[in-house]
Design a protein around this ligand. Structure first.
Ligand code: SF4
Ligand code: SF4
Length: 196
């Protein structure tokens, strides 16, 4: 039968010599290789005590940002959920009541906002879709756990801490803001239409 590729190799049935049957040369060769690597610079690190610096484009755990007055920016428009290819985001919208202006920037806000971190593929499309600069992916790792339900992150884990805001300046750049508001791009026209 004709093979489809040229990658297959014919197995060698050559008889082993007496020395080869002792396996000593192979063992010594293996030991020499191990010894060679013993004195080389290690490529592994002692995680979690030691941590590597992430690339600026790394996308980790999300944050729901607040505005400069501490009010939540998210208006529960649902565009992030629609953009999410993994269907990882769910939310419930609620109407802001009088007196809650300091808590929520818009008249509509997300009373429930959840991301299933087991579904999320950290693609960043939610961040790109958000017209309110409310959701960002950060350089934080999602914690490990043994229980699946603990990977559903609610607002308690997602909303920016008031006293210790997460720095997203590397991602909230002038270029990204221009990209989101540029009138020529179709996604901005769509966003504007769906928000009306
Ligand atoms: S990063 Fe991608 S997969 Fe994760 S929630 Fe956002 S859009 Fe969905
Ligand atoms: S796209 Fe932004 S404003 Fe809209 S629901 Fe998602 S995080 Fe909130």
């Amino acid at each position: 039968m004709q093979t489809l590729t040229t990658r297959s190799k014919v197995a060698s049935n050559k008889k082993m010599t007496f020395v080869e049957k002792l396996y000593l040369p192979a063992i010594m060769g293996g030991m020499a290789l191990t010894l060679k690597h013993f004195f080389k610079k290690k490529v592994t690190i002692q995680y979690p005590e030691q941590k590597r610096e992430f690339a600026p484009v790394f996308r980790g755990q999300h944050v729901l940002k607040r505005d400069e007055n501490g009010a939540e920016r998210c208006t529960a428009c649902g565009l992030c959920a629609v953009a999410c290819p993994a269907e990882a985001i769910t939310m419930t919208a609620a109407e802001r009541k009088p007196g809650e202006e300091a808590l929520y920037r818009e008249e509509k806000y997300a009373s429930v906002y959840e991301i299933n971190m087991l579904r999320c593929i950290f693609c960043g499309l939610c961040e790109e879709a958000c017209p309110k600069e409310a959701i960002f992916l950060t350089d934080r790792m999602v914690d490990t756990d043994y229980v699946r339900k603990n990977f559903i992150y609610g607002k308690d884990k997602l909303v920016d801490p008031l006293n210790n805001p997460i720095d997203v300046s590397k991602r909230e750049t002038r270029e990204t803001r221009e990209f989101k508001t540029h009138p020529e791009f179709t996604h901005n026209k769509l966003n504007t239409k769906s928000l009306k």
